[in-house]
Design a protein around this ligand. Structure first.
Ligand code: NAD
Ligand code: WQD
Length: 354
């Protein structure tokens, strides 16, 4: 029997792209997701893309009995752990939900892994753990800073928990991947980001304006000490991120302890640069309005991805133009996300957009 990689949160945005990459690389996978921010349609589309059945269990990482059942029924040798809540704004309003889901959920998952002697884990962390940057670009060795919101603090707490686990038992082998700003979608136009409710991130907000679902884009802040006064971020293609997970899983075969890798391009783009690139690529004008700075935003944030290059052979392959093309294709094919239900055939026809 093949060893199985358990993917928590595998129906979500980054999880679905990573599931596809792992299946394409010949891995046997099992997705565990409670669908609180995703739906079965993403998995149906993965099955269409891979021509394979995707094993899926609907359930919660906080359910110990379910985890025991999964670990006893499947021959799991590694876990890629995406499951969690990710809205900064919501985490300020509902900190208990964030600590319970992200921290307690991860604790529960690690307990189950330890019970079944599964010691390889890839964890979705975030550049948010660096807090207000002391220097740019951000280097892993600087250590985490002081995250400025509950969401970021849950990620930092989990990183610390995982560090302590590795110190306690040398069998643990853990990759902590700090993503910068994931955008883009698979080039089929069939899977992509599907935010529930009102989005907060730049690209989903921008594409809604482009689709004329919202009249104008608010640009938060025009007086930052940056190239054009707007915030600078390191946008990274979700398919490149997915490849980073595959490489991290492979790296865990030959090492132990905890390893932290930045996954970013190393290139910063301002909000206005992103908007203007989008306009150039699609030919669509984006009405925008400058608004006051958004609470908690920092002026600039981008990665030094040298360590991932050196140790994983990972380099972001796709530039901002590709990220925008793929985001827009996904949006055109699925104007209301997975609820659009245009049918696979219609989606595939639209694939020829660029
Ligand atoms: P997402 O919401 O699309 O995916 C998360 C998935 O986890 C969803 O399918 C959700 O239904 C599931 N889930 C949540 N809580 C669960 C639970 N208790 N049990 C089982 N399933 C649960 O988010 P994403 O953008 O794909 O992010 C994946 C991971 O990467 C998250 O941990 C997030 O914090 C982290 N991350 C995301 C970003 C980003 O900007 N998207 C940046 C850095 C880090
Ligand atoms: C980017 C820039 C906004 C929307 C967040 C989380 C971080 C990580 C990635 C999970 C900022 C500006 C945005 C809009 C705008 N997630 N903006 N108008 O804040 O860098 O990172 O997502 O781990 O933890 O904090 O990304 O896409 O929200 O914002 O002007 O309508 O776009 O002010 O400067 P951010 P973002």
């Amino acid at each position: 029997m093949h060893k199985t990689t358990l993917i928590t949160g595998g129906a979500g945005y980054i999880g679905s792209h990573t599931t596809l990459t792992l299946i394409d690389a010949g891995r046997q996978v099992l997705v565990l997701d409670n669908l609180c921010n995703s739906c079965r349609e993403s998995l149906a589309r993965l099955e269409y893309l891979t021509r394979r059945r995707v094993d899926f269990i609907e359930g919660d990482i906080r359910d110990s009995r379910l985890l025991d059942d999964i670990f006893s029924r499947y021959d799991i040798d590694a876990v890629v752990h995406f499951a969690g809540l990710k809205s900064v704004e919501e985490s300020v309003r509902k900190p208990l939900d964030y600590y319970a889901n992200n921290v307690v959920g991860t604790l529960n998952l690690c307990h189950a892994m330890a019970r079944f002697e599964v010691f390889k884990l890839v964890f979705s962390s975030s550049a948010t753990v660096y807090g207000a940057p002391r220097q740019i670009p951000l280097i892993e060795d600087l250590g985490a800073g002081k995250p400025i919101n509950p969401y970021g603090r849950t990620k930092l707490l989990i990183e610390e928990l995982l560090t302590d686990l590795c110190l306690s038992d040398p069998r643990w082998t853990i990759a902590v991947l700090r993503y910068f700003n994931p955008i883009g979608a698979h080039d089929s136009g069939l899977i992509g980001e599907n935010p529930n409710g009102k989005p907060n991130n730049l690209l989903p907000c921008l594409t809604r304006v482009a689709m004329r679902q919202v009249p104008e884009l608010m640009v938060y802040g025009s007086d930052y000490p940056t190239v054009d006064g707007t915030c600078v971020r390191d946008y990274v293609h979700v398919v490149d991120l997915a490849d980073g997970h595959l490489r991290a899983l492979r790296a865990l075969q030959n090492t132990n302890g905890i390893h932290v890798w930045n996954l970013g391009t190393g290139i910063g783009h301002s909000v206005l640069q992103v908007i203007h690139s989008f306009e150039d690529i699609t030919g669509i004008t984006i009405p925008l309005r400058f608004a006051p700075r958004r609470d908690g935003d920092i002026a600039e944030c981008w990665a030094d991805p040298t360590k991932a290059g050196r140790e994983l052979g990972w380099y972001a392959q796709r530039d901002l133009m590709q990220m925008i093309i793929d985001t827009w294709r996904w949006q055109m094919c699925n104007p209301h996300g997975y609820r659009s239900q245009p049918g696979l055939a219609a989606s595939i026809a639209l694939k020829q957009w660029v």
